[in-house]
Design a protein around this ligand. Structure first.
Ligand code: KG4
Ligand code: ZN
Length: 321
């Protein structure tokens, strides 16, 4: 079985999967509460918390799978991109476990991990597809041909990521962190047509969300505090609707241009209920695998090159690609 570790941001996660993609355990310990009062992830706080959590989370995954370290044949770990201090905790833990048992170790790119969330379980995707990867750090349209081959980027964001737009919007609306889920929840009680927020028109297949965030800021400034309170759900629904419209519009254009027969959606924003409804014809990552987890990292580890013992001891993490 394969042990996956993920510590690139504020989730400490460990998972065990089989070589053919069955999930035996998938443990995610979110630090969101710890960072909430700062309105975002504090890198130094995240690193220290990963250090405390990584061993108990691995133990819990082994317990859940009814396994021991003796059963692990390969260790996969997120090597980047992400917060460097956070990544190093996972990489050091993976090295220690692999080295102690003379196992191979496979460094995994976090974004390939998100894509590989589609290769798990009975509904695993095996044809080529057009993939929307929308998370807190990235917004990408990817042409995915083969599992082992790095996907080709067709478009990306010119400024904020889609998840970042959700998080910043949530902050303007006085909602908690992380904001995507909060906006999603509040939007159910609001009218998506109440405010006319713009969808940025940028060339090619790229995205832009910073203008939208400014539009929300101005809309909130025009309202008195009690009025803002009363219209909060309408603002959330209209704002979410604009983000979803932008994402879906570009996905449809890209599908048209490339002739892709299958569309897939992965990453934290793939958990959004309006997006899931708007792209219900697409292969949607299962809800439990949208936000950061280690099952997707173990999954990607099956298709990336493993480094044999003990060559990985010098392996470094990378903050950006
Ligand atoms: O993939 P992920 O866990 O971490 C990164 O790799 O960035 O994505 C986290 C992002 C956050 O910005 C969060 O607000 C967003 O995913 N998110 C959502 C929802 N759940 C999480 N955005 C919209 N609707 C949701 N239901
Ligand atoms: Zn992620």
């Amino acid at each position: 079985m394969i042990l996956g570790l993920e510590t690139s941001c504020d989730e400490t996660a460990a998972a065990l999967i089989t070589a053919d993609g069955e999930i035996l355990a998938n443990v995610v310990s979110s630090q969101a509460d710890l960072h909430a009062s700062y309105g975002g992830v504090v890198p130094e706080v995240a690193s220290r918390r990963h250090l405390e959590l990584v061993t108990p989370v691995i133990r819990e995954a082994l317990d859940e799978a009814g396994a021991s370290l003796e059963d692990v044949e390969l260790v996969g770990v997120t090597a980047g991109p992400g917060l460097i201090g956070a990544l190093l905790v996972g990489v050091a833990a993976a090295k220690a476990i692999a080295w102690a048992r003379r196992l191979p170790l496979v460094p995994v790119d976090h974004l390939h991990g998100h894509v590989a969330s589609l290769y798990l379980g009975p509904d695993s995707l095996d044809q080529s597809f057009l993939c929307l990867l929308a998370s807190g750090g990235h917004t990408l349209l990817l042409d995915v041909q083969e599992r082992g081959r790095p996907p080709r980027a067709l478009g990306t964001t010119l400024d904020d990521a889609a998840g970042e737009a959700f998080d910043k919007g949530a902050r303007l609306l006085g909602l908690g962190y992380p904001g995507g889920r909060e906006i999603d929840r509040l939007a159910r009680d609001g009218d998506p047509g109440a405010f006319d927020f713009p969808v940025a028109r940028v060339p090619g297949l790229d995205f832009s969300f910073s203008g939208l965030k400014t539009a929300l800021l101005y809309a909130t400034r025009e309202l008195s505090p009690p009025e803002l309170e009363r219209r909060r759900a309408d603002l959330a629904a209209s704002y979410q609707h604009a983000i979803v419209r932008a994402l879906v519009g570009r996905v449809r254009e890209a599908a048209h241009q490339t002739g892709a027969r299958t569309i897939a959606v992965v990453g934290g924003v793939a958990a959004n209920s309006e997006l899931r409804t708007a792209l219900s014809d697409a292969a949607l990552a299962p809800l439990s695998l949208c936000t950061d987890n280690a099952a997707m990292i173990a999954s990607a580890g099956r298709f990336a090159e493993a480094v044999p013992y003990p060559g990985y001891l010098g392996l470094d993490a990378y903050a950006s690609r």
